[in-house]
Design a protein around this ligand. Structure first.
Ligand SMILES: Cc1cc2nc3c(=O)[nH]c(=O)nc-3n(C[C@H](O)[C@H](O)[C@H](O)COP(=O)(O)O)c2cc1C
Length: 384
């Protein structure tokens, strides 16, 4: 494996190791955000601005991180967010993270622009796989994906609403990220400098949008990542189509990418069972709020009626505890787990989960708490 897990003590250590182990084109795709990356930085500042309230003289010897969500009791308070093109970061990432999720009893959300099929992931993680869709202009693609996810018995449908148009990702533009991958001299040079990644990728073959292959028009040719994304989303995601999705899905239905009380109230009106407060990991709105800032107004608007979850910017177990204390009922992360596979290969995801749950456990004990579901405003000292 090259790297020793016992030298990687934090998610930031995993990020640094991934940067050294995978080509720049791949690292920048994973690490980067929209525009000048103000929102990406703000996600971190948002968590850093929250101070927890330490409490002692309590018996905290019996601690648990179990959380019940949509009728399933998970063993840890965080799941894997949907990450498109994850197998480009390290071959086998999707399948390995889904298997880890099943083994460790946490949810795994497969992206519709993921690099492994719905059917494969449902086989790997039959009780833990959720499916995330986008709405392209050709609505029938989305509804066929929903049908496939339903037939594969995926547990929860997640509709991502925060991509009316692709964002401007400067790192991908500057690296000339093209799909299918174009092996220009700069890209080749980056790959040559990362032999373990190059060999693994050569063996596995170029990652593809596995779920979308049946719907792609032949001879699309090479295009920029932004152009590929533009064909996968619609600038008109109206209430009618969300209602049709709701009706097409018998299980829990979640809208992801909610950042205001107004959008959360619309989600409730349209019959969603839950929302994920998310800014796509700082990848969509350059100057939007961090999710931890947006969370309280959303919880007070709809928290009594729907399951409010959160992702974007979580980098430690302490961050997870902060999100729960501010009203989140579950959390997710994309980069924590995918930095880990970039750093350590397919087995890395489990190391990331171990770091996060160990840190969350220490944090719970220090604030006098024994479980996630008891966290609340009492555990907050201040928000700067
Ligand atoms: C490389 C990458 C690809 C992503 N692809 C998708 C996607 O296909 N669908 C989606 O809803 N969100 C996608 N996201 C957003 C994640 O689901 C999640 O909201 C985000 O990673 C959370 O922030 P974090 O990475 O700071 O934990 C992607 C994020 C990254 C980093």
């Amino acid at each position: 494996m090259g790297l020793k897990r016992n030298s990687l003590h934090t998610i930031d250590d995993l990020r640094g190791a991934a940067r050294r182990r995978i080509p720049r084109l791949a690292f920048d795709y994973l690490d980067g955000g929209a525009g000048n990356e103000e929102n990406l930085r703000r996600n971190r500042k948002g968590f850093e601005a929250v101070t927890l309230r330490p409490e002692y003289l309590r018996d905290v010897s019996d601690r648990s991180q179990k959380v019940t969500l949509f009728g399933h009791t998970y063993d840890a308070p965080i799941g894997v967010s949907p990450v498109g093109l994850a197998n480009f970061i390290w071959p086998g990432t999707d399948g390995a993270l889904a298997a880890m999720a099943a083994r460790r009893n946490i949810p795994y959300i497969l992206s519709s622009v993921g690099t492994t099929t719905i059917e494969t992931i449902a086989d790997i993680a039959p009780d833990h796989a959720w499916f995330q869709v986008l709405l392209p202009d050709r609505h029938e693609i989305c509804f066929d994906l929903i049908r496939r996810a339903r037939e594969a018995e995926m547990k929860v449908l997640v509709m991502t609403v925060d991509i009316p148009v692709p964002s401007k990702r400067l790192r991908d533009l500057r690296n000339n990220f093209m799909l299918p991958f174009k092996l220009e001299p700069g890209v080749l040079w980056g790959i040559a400098a990362r032999p373990a990644w190059a060999l693994a990728t050569l063996r596995a073959g170029t990652p593809k949008f596995a779920n979308l292959l049946p719907y792609l028009e032949p001879g699309t040719g090479t295009r920029s990542l932004g152009a590929a994304q533009a064909s996968q989303v619609s600038a008109n995601v109206g209430e009618d189509v969300i209602k049709r999705m709701r009706d097409a899905w018998p299980g829990p239905f979640v809208l992801k990418g909610v950042l205001s009380a107004r959008t959360a109230e619309a989600a409730r009106r349209l019959g969603a069972d839950g929302i994920i407060v998310s800014n796509h990991g700082g990848r969509q709105v350059e100057s939007g709020p961090s999710t931890i800032e947006a969370l309280p107004e959303i919880v007070s608007a709809v928290g009594g009626d729907m399951t409010v979850m959160l992702d974007s910017g979580i980098r430690s177990g302490g961050d997870i505890v902060k999100a729960y204390a501010l009203g989140a009922r579950f959390t997710f992360s994309g980069r924590c787990f995918v930095y880990a596979t970039g750093a350590l290969g397919p087995a890395g995801g489990e190391h990331a989960l171990n770091l996060l749950t160990d840190e969350a456990d220490r944090t719970l004990a220090q604030i006098g708490a024994t479980g996630m579901e008891e966290l609340g405003a009492d555990n907050i000292w201040a928000i700067d």
